[in-house]
Design a protein around this ligand. Structure first.
Ligand SMILES: [Zn+2]
Length: 278
């Protein structure tokens, strides 16, 4: 089965650029972008909406709307969330049948829940009728809070109501008709990428934090948040080679500019790759 799809922008946020580029020194990454006064760089929460024959699938849910003023300041978070992006394309979150998450860090899975109308209550599920598809390894690590950051698997997006709706996947699998996932470990052990064919003949791959922005096409550009830097780098190199060979259309989860790219051999650097607009 092929799918129609729409790129959703669930909101801008800013993270420390040094952390985003790991071992790459500032004089190098500063040639790529100019950070703000707090040394941060702008990112986007990119998500996809897939549709076919009335079936609706969301890939990735962004941060959501539950952060208070302090976090909003830290991340310079835009006042916008996945449900706003869906409403703009006339999609009601309660009509979504399935949500696929690459991993469960707050900037990917926070949008699973939203602020309750009564602020004292537990947050409400954003997608009350959707099954939530995630790798078993990721779910177990999230519940046990195994992460280099202690505040990224947040209990307010991994509530009992969400746990009830989760479908756990072990490794590579076709999880929905024509939609496959496969593990891309390194950023987390249980991270997965998502692939499907669209109605225009493209093989589309939603790329998680194995290559979050166009700047991360450099193999050594691992984030300080990765649980395994070496693994992340090897997975990225492999993904780039596959994407170039098969001419995949990639969507990069945190790219602030044009997030739809294709991969080509880099003519200036034998063995390396470059990205072009898709
Ligand atoms: Zn992320």
């Amino acid at each position: 089965m092929t799918w129609n799809w729409t790129l959703l922008r669930a909101g801008e946020f800013w993270l420390d650029a040094g952390a985003m580029f790991g071992i790459i020194p500032k004089p190098v990454w500063q040639r790529w972008l100019t950070p703000d006064d707090a040394n941060r760089m702008p990112l986007q929460q990119n998500s996809l909406l897939l549709e076919k024959d009335g079936k609706l699938v969301v890939i990735e849910t962004g941060i959501g709307d539950k952060f208070g003023d302090k976090e909003r300041r830290i991340y310079n978070l835009e006042d916008r969330a996945i449900h706003d992006a869906l409403h703009e394309v006339d999609c009601a979150p309660q009509d979504v049948d399935a949500v696929i998450l690459t991993h469960l860090h707050f900037d990917h899975a926070g949008g699973l829940t939203r602020r309750s109308a009564n602020e004292d209550d537990r947050p409400d599920p954003t997608f009350p009728n959707a099954e939530i598809i995630v790798q078993r390894r990721e779910w177990e690590d999230a519940i046990a809070n195994r992460s280099t950051m202690h505040k990224t698997y947040l209990p307010n997006h991994l509530t009992p109501e969400i746990a009830e709706r989760v479908r756990l996947v072990d490794g590579a699998e076709e999880v929905l008709d024509g939609v496959s996932v496969w593990p891309v470990p390194g950023h987390t052990w249980g991270q997965q990428a998502v692939r499907f064919n669209d109605d225009s003949g493209n093989t589309v791959v939603f790329v998680p934090d194995v290559m979050p922005t166009r700047f991360h096409v450099t193999p050594t550009a691992c984030m300080a948040y990765d649980v395994e830097t070496w693994t992340s780098q090897q997975e990225r190199i492999q993904l780039l080679a596959q994407a170039a060979d098969a001419d995949w259309l990639l969507v990069l989860v945190h790219e602030h500019g044009e997030a739809r790219v294709r991969v080509r051999p880099n003519p200036d650097k034998p063995g390396a790759h470059m990205l072009i607009d898709a």
